[in-house]
Design a protein around this ligand. Structure first.
Ligand SMILES: Cc1cc2nc3c(=O)[nH]c(=O)nc-3n(C[C@H](O)[C@H](O)[C@H](O)COP(=O)(O)OP(=O)(O)OC[C@H]3O[C@@H](n4cnc5c(N)ncnc54)[C@H](O)[C@@H]3O)c2cc1C
Length: 377
């Protein structure tokens, strides 16, 4: 059996590593011509790091990233509103949460592959049924026969469009900028993720390596998204704490990534016959919990275990049964957090901040307990 994975993102690569370790052959087809060490940062939460520990990647990821021991929501002047102490989970699972450069993580994953080939410049354009198998057609004119297909091709997945054409992408009406500033945070902030919430915008930042601070900024829009510009970032955050203003100043504008935030409306089914979806292709989420890639990484682990244990269709149905509840919990909670973070009305903002301040840490811990716990297989 050979599994054909469409997409060499974090989900596709992690799946290929997990399959290799089970002795299952895979091929990866990736649309880009060259895998470049680009991108900003990413946070690999405890659940993702538990998977990477099982795949033998914990140490190299820790060595290339920076551990974070708390995740805080603050007001625009970095005064804490809510704090999630991650040290409890570090001790419970003997694993840390790591912030790392995306390009570095991607290189680590590619280097870990022993014999799985990544076919670059292979943009999938269609899938056609051929008896019990499929013909995969690519933009470069090539066509291959495939018995089993995994769609790891992200939010706009062609594989998903083929099997579930009616699934809906939802625009969150938020614009997001991401960048890396060449600086060191004050010691107090070095092992924390801080996200400052203001009025219909917010700014998050975390140290990912020596002299590298990953940051992201979001702003809500209605019909006016085109009026936003990278050149005005300092103005949008002019009333924020000086650390935030310095981070913006210390980032090269040409290296800031801009994207609109969207997710996939949760759907009850992720596979059809011998085609199955993983990661963002199955359950793309808004980034408000920093869990999108972490959920793709959990998919990779669970699906490889299921493919090792069961025949294909049973493997896909077990994988879906095991993974869907948590993935959808993340999508729904994250969507809600995104709306709350961008309140505009000062009264609503005051009430929200008060609620965040008064929420007992035990409640925050309980919610994360559910997210960080891997499913029993
Ligand atoms: C602003 C922001 C911040 C985020 N921060 C975090 C975070 O801190 N922690 C976290 O866990 N998650 C985070 N996420 C979410 C995370 O980026 C995604 O969930 C994750 O990248 C999904 O991985 P994936 O492999 O499923 O899809 P993708 O990363 O989208 O990879 C899909 C791959 O498929 C390829 N592809 C697409 N179409 C085709 C085709 N037709 N043929 C061949 N190849 C194709 C693409 O080129 C790409 O390489 C964030 C997202 C955003 C937008």
């Amino acid at each position: 059996m050979i599994i054909d994975i469409i997409g060499a993102g974090i989900g596709g690569l992690t799946t290929a590593i997990a399959l290799e370790q089970k002795g299952i052959k895979a091929r990866i087809f990736e649309q880009t011509e060259r895998i470049k060490p680009v991108g900003a940062g990413i946070i690999l939460a405890n659940n993702a790091m538990q998977v990477y520990e099982k795949l033998g990647l914990q140490k190299i990821i820790e060595d290339n990233g920076n551990s974070i021991s708390s995740m805080n929501i603050t007001n625009s002047n970095l005064k804490p509103l809510s704090k999630i102490d991650l040290s409890y989970f570090e001790q419970k699972h003997t694993i840390k949460n790591i912030a790392i450069h995306r390009g570095k993580l991607q290189k680590i994953l590619i280097d870990k592959l022993k014999y799985t080939k990544i076919e670059l410049n292979h943009k999938l354009t269609s899938i056609e049924k051929n008896g019990n198998d499929y013909f995969l057609k690519f933009e470069n004119g090539k066509q291959i026969q495939s018995s089993t297909v995994l769609g790891a091709d992200g939010l706009n997945s062609i594989v998903r469009q083929k099997i579930f054409p009616n699934n809906k992408i939802r625009n969150a009406n938020q614009i997001c900028w991401r960048g890396i500033a060449e600086c060191e945070l004050p010691v107090k902030f070095r092992n924390e993720l801080n996200e400052a919430w203001g009025k219909s915008e917010r700014f998050g930042f975390v140290q990912i390596a020596k002299n590298k601070v990953y940051w992201y900024a979001l702003k809500a829009f209605k019909n006016n998204k085109n009026k936003f510009s990278i050149n005005d970032l300092d103005q949008y955050f002019s009333t924020y704490n000086s650390i935030i203003k310095d981070i913006i100043k210390l980032t090269k504008k040409e290296k800031i990534y801009t994207a609109e935030i969207s997710d996939l409306k949760p759907t009850s089914i992720w596979y059809k016959e011998k085609i199955c979806l993983i990661g963002d292709a199955a359950h793309a989420t808004t980034p408000n919990m920093g869990q999108g890639a972490c959920q793709a990484i959990e998919d990779a682990f669970v699906l490889s275990e299921c493919l090792y244990t069961y025949e294909i269709t049973k493997a896909f149905s077990e994988y879906q049964k095991l993974r869907l509840p948590k993935a959808h919990l993340v999508v729904k909670t994250s969507w809600f957090i995104g709306k709350m973070a961008h309140f505009k009305n000062p009264i609503s903002i005051g009430l929200r901040n008060q609620m965040l301040r008064l929420t007992p840490s035990s409640v925050n811990r309980k919610q994360n307990e559910q997210i960080f716990q891997l499913v029993e297989i």
